[in-house]
Design a protein around this ligand. Structure first.
Ligand SMILES: *Cc1c(COP(=O)(O)O)cnc(C)c1O
Length: 400
C-alpha cells in the first residue's frame, strides 16, 4: 500500500458532504466544485448575455465535438472520433443500427447476460423495427468467445459487468470477432474514467458510454459515441437528425450525413448539461490512467480484505483477481437490499442490484483508504448486529 495517497489533491476538487462515505461513484459520480460556477456562468453570460448569438460566439455549436475530444483522450480515441449527445440508450441504438447495416448478410447480434438491460432492450426494439429476421443471442459472459461465429453480424458487449464488475478482454474479443467477420460495439459505461482504455489499439468498431458515472458529468449527462475512423464516413445514421446533416443551416429537404462521427449527432445539443460535463472533465487533466487503475485496485483489495477479516463467508460476486474486475466490488447477500438501506442510513452509500448484489464503487479521484476502512467497518457492524432487519429497510424505493 503506498504511504501517500497520490490522489489526495484531486479530492479537493469535489464537493462531498462531511462524514459521508461515497461508494457509489460508479452509478452517479460526485459533484466537482468547478461545475456550479461554470454552469452559472454559461447561464448568466452566454445564455443571458449573448442569447442566440452564443451558438457562434460561445462556440455552443461545436461543444459536442470539443467535449467528445476530451472524453476521447480518456478512452484511447483519436481527436475527431467521439461526439456527445443524447442518452446512452440512444447511442446503443445508433451504433447497433449502423453496424447491422454494414453486415447485411448476417442476422445475429451476440451479447451476454452481464450486459445492462437497456442495451438488450434497445437491440430488441431495433430488431422489431427492422423486421428482417435479426436475432439477439445472449450467452453467459464466459461463453461469448466460443459463440462468435460467421453468423454473427455484431458483438455488442459492456466491458465491465454492472453487477459483478467482471472485465471483458476488449482487445482479444475484438480480434476474435474480426476474424469471424463480425463488428464489435463496446459499451464503456462502467469503464470510462474507471480504467485505462485504448479503443484504437483494440481495433474497436464502435464504442458508447455515459458520462454521469465515473466521469462525474451529473445526473442525465450526455452520452458519447465513438466510430472508428475507417468506418465513420461509411456508416448511415439511423437517426438522421438535422445536427448530423452535412449542412444543418442550409435547410435542405433531403438528409446528407456530415463527415465522420459528426453524423451521429441528432438534434440540438443540451448546452447546460454539456457545460457541466465540460467543467467536470477538468478533474481529469493530468491524470495518469495507469496510476488511477493501480489505486482503484488497491482500494478494492483493501475493502475485500477488511470485510473478509471478520466475515470470510460473505460471498464475493466479483472476480477474485483484481486484473479481471473494473473499479467496483460486489458482494452477494440474500437481504442485500435491506443491508444496503441500513448502510445508507449510517452514511455509507453503495447501491443494490437485483436479485442479491450489494455494489461498492471505488473512485480514486475522491476516495481514500480511510473511507474504504470506514465503509467496511460499518458494513460489518450492520451484519453483526442485524440492524438491517427492519421493515422500513425492506421497503423498496423506485430507484435502488
Ligand atoms: C448505466 C448504463 C446505461 C444507462 O443508459 P442510459 O440511457 O444513460 O439511462 C446503459 N448501459 C450500460 C451498460 C450502463 O451501465
Amino acid at each position: 500500500m503506498s504511504p501517500i495517497d497520490p490522489f489526495r489533491a484531486t479530492r479537493a476538487l469535489f464537493d462531498l458532504p462531511d462524514g459521508l462515505v461515497y461508494l457509489d461513484g460508479n452509478s452517479l459520480g460526485a459533484l466537482p466544485k468547478s461545475v456550479g460556477p461554470r454552469v452559472a456562468e454559461v447561464i448568466a453570460s452566454e445564455w443571458g448575455g449573448q442569447l442566440i448569438g452564443a451558438w457562434n460566439s460561445a462556440g455552443w455549436v461545436d461543444l459536442p465535438r470539443r467535449v467528445g475530444d476530451r472524453v476521447g483522450r480518456l478512452i484511447g480515441a483519436p481527436a475527431g472520433t467521439v461526439v456527445m449527445g443524447d442518452t446512452l440508450s440512444i447511442k446503443v441504438f445508433q451504433a447497433l443500427a449502423s453496424a447491422l447495416e454494414l453486415r447485411p448478410d448476417r442476422r445475429v447480434i451476440l451479447s451476454d447476460t452481464g450486459n445492462f438491460p437497456t442495451d438488450l432492450y434497445m437491440a430488441q426494439g431495433l430488431i422489431a423495427s427492422l423486421d428482417r429476421g435479426h436475432k439477439l443471442r445472449v450467452v453467459e459472459p464466459e461463453a461469448v468467445e466460443a459463440a462468435i461465429d460467421e453468423s454473427v453480424a455484431v458483438v455488442m458487449l459492456t466491458q465491465v459487468d454492472y453487477r459483478t464488475g467482471r472485465l471483458h478482454d476488449m482487445a482479444g474479443l475484438t480480434r476474435k470477432a474480426h476474424e469471424a467477420g463480425a463488428l464489435v460495439i463496446w459499451d464503456l459505461a462502467h469503464s470510462a474514467g474507471a480504467l485505462p482504455i485504448d479503443l484504437a489499439a483494440a481495433g474497436a468498431d464502435f464504442a458508447v458510454g455515459c458520462t454521469y458515472k465515473y466521469l462525474n458529468g451529473g445526473p442525465g449527462a450526455p452520452a458519447f459515441i465513438y466510430v472508428a475512423p475507417r468506418l465513420s464516413d461509411a456508416v448511415r445514421p439511423a437517426l438522421s437528425g438535422w445536427f448530423g446533416h452535412d449542412a444543418p443551416f442550409a435547410f435542405e429537404p433531403t438528409y446528407r450525413p456530415a463527415a465522420g462521427v459528426e453524423r451521429m449527432r441528432v438534434g440540438t445539443p443540451p448546452i447546460l448539461a454539456l457545460s457541466a460535463l465540460d467543467a467536470a472533465l477538468d478533474a481529469w487533466e493530468g491524470i495518469d490512467m495507469e496510476a488511477l487503475r493501480a489505486r482503484s485496485i488497491e482500494l478494492g483489495e483493501l475493502f475485500i480484505a477488511e470485510v473478509r477479516r471478520s466475515r470470510p463467508e460473505l460471498e464475493l460476486a466479483s472476480p477474485e483477481d483484481p486484473a479481471r474486475r473494473g473499479s467496483q466490488v460486489s458482494f452477494r447477500h440474500a437481504e442485500g437490499y435491506a443491508v444496503m438501506q441500513a448502510l445508507i442510513a449510517e452514511g455509507v452509500i453503495g447501491d443494490y442490484r437485483a436479485p442479491d448484489i450489494m455494489r461498492f464503487g471505488f473512485t480514486p479521484l475522491y476516495l481514500g483508504e480511510d473511507d474504504v476502512r470506514r465503509g467496511a467497518a460499518v458494513l460489518l457492524e450492520i451484519l453483526a448486529s442485524g440492524r438491517w432487519d427492519r421493515p422500513d429497510y425492506r421497503r423498496r424505493n423506485k430507484v435502488t
